[in-house]
Design a protein around this ligand. Sequence first.
Ligand SMILES: Nc1ncnc2c1ncn2[C@@H]1O[C@H](COP(=O)(O)OP(=O)(O)OP(=O)(O)O)[C@@H](O)[C@H]1O
Length: 284
Amino acid sequence: MSTVTDVERAAMESEDQRENWSGNASTGHVVEPGALDLSHNVILYLEDITVSFDGFRALNRLSLAIDVGELRCIIGPNGAGKTTMMDVITGKTRPDSGRAFFGQTIDLTRLTEPQIAHAGIGRKFQKPTIFEQHTAFENLELAMKADKRVRRTLFAQLLDDDRDRIAEVLTQIRLDGEADRPAGLLSHGQKQWLEIGMLLMQEPKLLLLDEPVAGMTDDETERTAELFVSLAGKHSLVVVEHDMAFVEALGGKVTVLCEGSVLAEGDLAEVQEDARVIEVYLGR
Ligand SMILES: Nc1ncnc2c1ncn2[C@@H]1O[C@H](COP(=O)(O)OP(=O)(O)OP(=O)(O)O)[C@@H](O)[C@H]1O
């Protein structure tokens, strides 16, 4: 069974939810089955998500919505549920209850991790998983969508547009001068950017980034903020981070998680003044 078919089936099975979420029938908006429906300008909906581990609620009726093209930061104390939330979005953890939708129609709770990646959600973990022996260019080539890799095998060479795409991503991640360098020789920050570049080769609509600037120099952190700001709009980004200077540089809306739910939401200055946020997180 093909992945697309499964995605389509999940979309159709969620017909009832679709009515609830979007009222598409009334707007007359037509979207192919299985395609990402962004007609309401929201790319991710989480509603009342609960995840328990041995009776402990890591997520407790968590609700959240991310707009198309938004750059959202998620902050909160250790154990607040940030990683668990990412795990639910990517299908690694199934919620006990609640709903998780990608666009209006794709029910993430019914898809496997590969299906969710295929649907357009890319995740970057803290530890880079690049191929150290291969060059930066080759790493991006290896990350190309599978259908393009097949094309490459058929024609025994990279097509010009694929080469252009790799060059474009190398420039985006500021590695255009390092294309032929083995990835293992890149700095820590450059390795992180290369992994982000590998995600970009998959053309994700939504990028989930877990503590992307941990271990980076101040200069690398600043450049990473510039990169993320430049990606917003074309992509939607959800960034989990503890580094407040970085969160400030991103300039987007901030969601504060605590004990598995949203404690506060707003721009950084607003949440920094929130007495509850100071008590559980920022005041520490
Ligand atoms: N597989 C698991 N089994 C049992 N408990 C778990 C599991 N995964 C997470 N937890 C617990 O759920 C809670 C939320 O963890 P989570 O890793 O999502 O928090 P976090 O906000 O990402 O924290 P940090 O900032 O430290 O990464 C924690 O108390 C954690 O110990």
